[in-house]
Design a protein around this ligand. Structure first.
Ligand code: NOJ
Length: 566
């Protein structure tokens, strides 16, 4: 099934009784409460093409990111994950790496990277790189050698097979980007495998030489000062060695015109865990963090990515939470409870460069800013690490192209018009009301959405009711309130269809979070005295949200976050 369209599905998730979250910190410096730095940190994804353009060529760059570090610090960000900035033919905008140990000239130089790392460190901001582990570019020297002959040194670094017969690929696997997952190469008369684009051949992780080379890449960047990696498409690392055909999930075709397959034999294979343990061992030597792009069908599979004894990924992203497809207290409750019971530390995201922005997914068209605050009030107050996506904090909209000739994303080019691709969620950051939203003096690589006139950093910084001001308040609270950092998650009023409410309880303190997910005023009463608490003091609240005794009144899509007293 296509990964991007997963968010549209209601996941049939069962909350299984998993081992309660406990100590998981095999890394180094824990704080007084026993947490690693990445547990207390707020992460922020920067899509470098679109964040800030320092040399005015229409594409963002590393110096652009450096120039915005003060903004990120003020916002309350502790770590930035930079989507791939390595040399690349840019067929998939950097997710096709042709050299893992350098910076693409379009983004700057290694010296620019070092300056960014140094300036970030000064401000207490960690740098996380995007490690594209599943595949390289077809222009990587390893692949160029691999395809040159059947006996080449790197032949077995990729997955080469004979076809089933003339013009027949080895099996029925389809690429996530459309068409067969196999491309025939006439030089050696064999097919090579690619989960994604043909320009992104899959590495053969069964070959120990591949493992060694990729582990070396990891060390190389850790030595250079990065604090960890987001592991791209990590669930797709291994394939069934017998190349069994994937079962057809349901009849019909997907948005790319391919059969709808269950990725039984080329996704989430158990062999990945051995590699993750290896990557983690190295990360631990540098107090580094591993974040996973972990698309799973259920919480059991997600839970496996922490590893037995929490020796794999510290932060596997919970896409089951991210893909709740409507503003539904019941759905969110279910997903929060599931990941809260997992064996590791939860990792929450609501948007990224592959999925429609949360602003549009949950927005009803009339209250989008309020709803953006509800979502911030939710995932920034949960037990776990949140990963923000650039522009989310100012309420940026998804703005897909309207004409095929404007599409840049290979997925949209293949899938048009049914699948418009991911350009819409990758538009330039909206800094101010000036030309090109202050992103660049040149024409940006993707057009700036019209919403920059009303939603931009400069204007929202001045408006105390803006989405940005709300994010800042919640992030500040998260960094200073012990219950929000360390408190356990205690759901409240679990049958309420409109208000999602919970406590974060830490020792004798607690924070109450009440989120109105409906467009009408709501009143919710809580049995707080039974839990040993009395009185609620507002910490952050939207207009018309207030507490009297044990009752909270919330305006349409209102948010109330309050401190409870014993
Ligand atoms: C997942 C990345 O997030 C996506 O943008 C990319 O196209 C694929 N992996 C292939 O690397």
């Amino acid at each position: 099934m296509h990964r991007k369209s997963l968010w549209m599905l209601v996941c049939g998730l069962l909350c299984l009784p998993l081992v309660a979250a406990s100590a998981q910190n095999s890394g180094k410096a824990a704080d007084a409460a026993g947490h690693q730095w990445w547990q207390n940190a707020v992460f922020y994804e920067v899509y470098p093409r679109s964040f800030a353009d320092s040399n005015n060529d229409g594409v963002g760059d590393l110096n652009g990111i450096t120039s915005k570090l003060d903004y990120l610090k003020k916002l309350g960000v502790d770590a930035i994950w930079i989507s791939p900035c390595f040399p690349s033919p840019q067929k998939d905008f950097g997710y096709d790496v042709s050299d893992y140990e350098n910076v693409d000239p379009m983004y700057g130089t290694l010296a620019d990277f070092d300056r960014l790392a140094k300036e970030a460190k000064k401000r207490g901001i960690h740098i996380i790189l995007d490690f594209v582990v599943n595949h390289t570019s077809d222009q990587h020297k390893w692949f160029l050698d691999s395809k040159s002959s059947r006996t080449a040194e790197h032949r077995d670094w990729y997955i080469w097979r004979d076809g089933k017969g003339p013009d027949q690929p080895p099996n029925n696997w389809v690429s996530d980007f459309g068409g067969p997952a196999w491309t025939f190469d006439p030089t050696t008369n064999q097919y090579y495998y690619h989960f994604f684009e043909a320009a992104q051949p899959d590495l053969n992780w069964r070959n120990p030489a591949v493992k060694d080379a990729m582990f070396d890449v990891e060390r190389w960047w850790l030595k250079r000062g990065v604090s960890g990696f987001r592991l791209d498409a990590v669930d797709t690392l291994f394939e069934d060695p017998d190349l069994n055909d994937n079962p057809i999930e349901r009849p019909g075709k997907n948005a790319l015109g391919d059969p709808i397959e269950e990725n039984k034999y080329n996704d989430n294979l158990p062999e990945v865990h051995d590699v993750l343990r290896g990557l983690r061992k190295i990360a631990d030597e540098y107090d580094g963090v591993l974040i996973g792009e972990t698309w799973t069908d259920d919480i059991v599979a997600l839970n496996r990515y922490y590893g037995d004894g929490n020796n794999e990924l510290q932060l596997p992203m919970d896409f089951l939470f991210a893909t709740v497809n409507k503003l539904s207290p019941a759905e969110f409750r279910k997903q929060i409870a599931a990941v809260d019971a997992a064996s590791g530390w939860p990792t929450f995201v609501i948007s990224n460069h592959d999925i429609v922005r949360s602003y549009d997914r949950y927005g009803d068209g009339a209250h989008n800013d309020q709803i953006a605050k509800v979502m911030a009030g939710l995932y920034l107050t949960l037990r776990g690490t949140p990963i923000m996506y650039y522009g989310e904090e100012i309420g940026m909209t998804t703005t897909p192209p309207t004409r095929k000739e404007d599409v840049k994303d290979p997925l949209g080019i293949t899938g048009w018009p049914e699948e418009k691709g991911r350009d819409g969620e990758r538009t330039p950051m909206q800094w101010n009301e000036n030309e090109n939203a202050g992103f660049s003096k040149a024409t940006p690589w993707l057009p700036v959405p019209p919403s920059y006139k009303t939603h931009n950093v400069a204007d929202e910084s001045k408006d105390p009711d803006s989405v940005l001001s709300f994010y800042k308040k919640v992030l500040k609270l998260r960094h200073t309130n012990p219950a929000l950092l360390d408190g356990s998650y205690v759901p409240l009023n679990e049958n309420d269809q409109n208000v999602l409410a919970y406590l974060r309880v830490y020792k004798d303190q607690a924070v109450l979070v009440a989120l109105n997910m409906s467009g009408t005023e709501q009143t919710a009463s809580f049995d707080l005295s039974k839990k040993g608490f009395s009185g609620v003091k507002s910490l952050v609240a939207t207009e018309k949200a207030e507490a009297k005794g044990e009752t909270v009144t919330l305006g349409p899509f209102g948010v109330f976050i309050g401190q409870l007293a014993k």
